[in-house]
Ligand binder design. Structure first.
Ligand code: GRF
Length: 201
């Protein structure tokens, strides 16, 4: 699997994926790490791991589709066939998704379809949820939406803060994102309607 990882920030999921590749738990080559923000800490992580990086600033393009067309051109040039969004804070358009059909994944810190969008952990706390969780899913044109490949649940504790809950959730993201990608790499996932056959757990 020829993977690109798209980030906007610190890149802890990127780190988990790179670790899985290094330890041969994930049969993939990371062709490039792309950020839409030059300040993304994850770029340093990638460089330290000897992985190629690129910065494509969304502000330099007239709109989402023009930006996505540039992203597609860059990824094609690097021989990419699969894309993992890992804290990438832009919505991708059909221009992007049609270039990599069924090969774009995302991780979200909630049990979708609950708590889409920003600050999902705070949303779960504010709602009073007793169980929170994380989701890895195929990406479609709606935000935090698409066939679900993997989910993991964690308890919400009485004394949780947004930070403590986020930390517990992040550990689960780091665990299940590489597992989901490995299922894809091995050709074990099949989408039937809205359902993914071969997902986990
Ligand atoms: C994660 O919580 C992910 O689920 C969300 O953005 C955050 C990115 O964190 N989409 P990191 O950059 O991977 O550390």
């Amino acid at each position: 699997m020829e993977l690109a990882i798209l980030i906007s920030g610190r890149g802890s999921n990127l780190g988990a994926i790179l670790g899985a590749v290094r330890e041969k738990r994930l049969d993939a080559r990371v062709r490039v790490v792309v950020s839409n923000r030059p300040s993304a800490g994850g770029l340093d992580l990638a460089r330290e791991a000897g992985v190629a990086t690129a910065v494509l600033e969304h502000g330099a393009y007239p709109g989402r589709e023009a930006y996505d067309a540039a992203l597609v051109a860059l990824l094609r040039e690097r021989g990419v066939d699969t894309v993992a969004l890992a804290g990438f804070d832009r919505l991708v358009t059909g221009v992007f998704l049609r270039a990599f059909p069924g090969r774009v994944l995302n991780v979200h810190p909630a049990l979708l379809p609950a708590f889409k969008g920003l600050h999902a952990q705070r949303q779960a706390l504010d709602y009073g949820a007793r169980i929170a969780g994380v989701t890895v899913h195929f990406v479609d044109e709606q935000m935090d939406h698409g066939p679900i490949i993997a989910q993991a649940a964690v308890p919400v504790l009485d004394d949780d803060t947004e930070q403590s809950l986020s930390d517990r959730l992040l550990a689960e993201e780091h665990r299940i994102y590489p597992l989901a990608l490995q299922r894809l790499a091995r050709g074990e996932l099949r989408v039937v309607g809205r359902r993914v056959i071969g997902g986990l757990p």
